[in-house]
Unconditional design. Sequence first.
Length: 649
Amino acid sequence: MENFNTEELKSMTNVSSENNYDESQIQVLEGLEAVRKRPGMYIGSTSARGLHHLVYEIVDNSIDEALAGYCKNITVIVEKDNSITVTDDGRGIPTGIQAQTGLPAVEVVFTVLHAGGKFGGDGYKVSGGLHGVGASVVNALSEYLEVKIYDGENVYYQKYSRGEKLSDLEMIGKTDKTGTEVHFKPDSEIFEELVFDYNILLTRLREQAFLNAGIRITLTDKRPEDGDRVEVLKYDGGIKEFVEYLNRNKEPLHTDVIYMNSIRENSEAEVAFQYNDGYNEMLVSFANNINTTEGGTHETGFKSALTRVLNDYAKKRNFLKDGDKPLSGDDTREGISCIISVKVTEAQFEGQTKTKLGNSEMRTIVEKMINEKLMEYLDENPATAKLIIEKAMTASRAREAAKRAREQTRRKTALESASLPGKLADCSERDNSITEIYIVEGDSAGGSAKQGRDRRYQAILPLWGKMLNVEKSRIDKVYNNDKLMPVITALGAGIGDDFDIEKIRYGKVIIMADADVDGAHIRTLLLTFFFRFMRPLVENGYVYIAQPPLFKVSRGNKLKYVYLEEELPDALAEIGENATVQRYKGLGEMNPEQLWETTMDPERRIMKRVELEDAMMADETFTILMGDKVEPRRKFIEDYAKTVVNLDI
């Protein structure tokens, strides 16, 4: 084999010294530098989501102390300057010297990645968090972090900045209490958003209080000018109370919450559920207190066992006769509100974000528990069992009706020369990475949009009249609705279980409605439909809300469009005195050119992308706004009345 020296290799590969890729360009990021360099790898993002994640990581450490049996009270305080203080009454992080490093254990926890009591040994049997990187990651991404340790005799203190210690661990006083207090301020060099949302924190902390029965979590917000906001969260009923909370704006089908649990040597599983008279499934699962939004083995075990047990019971009690089709999984879960919570010593999570449980033994444990205990419950509670079976059978009949309607729709469109809706003005481009469809309120606005659009990649579908409120309807009603069928057909990806995101015809689905009460109603109806029957469309960021201008300010040749009420004074100052202000009441008031340049031109338009931060919160909001109960809706309006802008009655 021929040998070449470095200079010969350079000339052969024609690599200039300016763009060499050699050992000098390989960086080794020491300690917490890696976290500051790539924060998204550790906390998901540097947006508001990542900001709140810092709080969860510190709280998770306190929860781990509670799971180990040493902590009863956790307090979280949002200080006036948007710093956070988390305190617990656990054992306190150890302050002794850690053998491997020669440093105090608390300093190791806050400055070394993958350090903590969660890696074997007897520190913690069960834990959540970021596999031992939580405290150090929060430290790395904070402008400053202070920790106080109370060990029953002494108080210890240490301060850090952006992951580096500012002082050695020192004893600053005496105490008879135990616990840990962490006070940190997120780093403005890292985060785009530095203001904590009280409701986001409250939702997460309430969740943790439900999942860990008997623990008291107190959230205090010191920022309001009219006094502190305080919420004490303690649920001795655990996940049974969680289910009652999920169903509080719904009409339960039976009074009791069905609960069962199973404890093995290294794992625990508990399930609680209750049916309501709605048509939507709300199944939320957790593993070691982490919300497994993508499901996993524990969910699979529950679903398969529930379907099997209800079918077996229905046959045994002659609800289902010989020859009848068995109930499907969807039938047995219609209207269910269910919490599945498992705790396992060696949790295996799939993916970087740890949202899917992979432990195969958890499927067996949950399945066996449901098989045995649910059949026993149904036998002992025949009245409740009858209600559940009859609901599932009604769902089955509706599913069959929907199947017939779907097949009829397919036959009908196959026989027609063009299967797309007659009112759809389609685009010529077929690549859905660049195509977009505007769903437009009203024929007049639809006409302007058709004339003003870019025909290559923008499709227009006008809607007229009020469409079906799917919150109160099963899927068979959707197939028979003349307002929703054009939307389903135009998007081309089906609905419900048949929905296939790969078949979607447009990369952006844009709702364009007037900035008034009717427009808001249509937006809400469409969003309810997408959330209930095309949820992957929302989850994958395909849905947008167009933002037409509220005002046109003009004088002579000067013209400015204003999208927010508070921007109007600046626009008037810019255009000058004697300016004319036109308040747009509807899209139909704009000619095609104006609609293009204000609302449809990708270079100038403003759009809001609809994101699904939390499925439970979204489900609750749609239930309140579009469901049958009036009282929750009235309270919602009262609570948020002060935040309303651009109200047009």
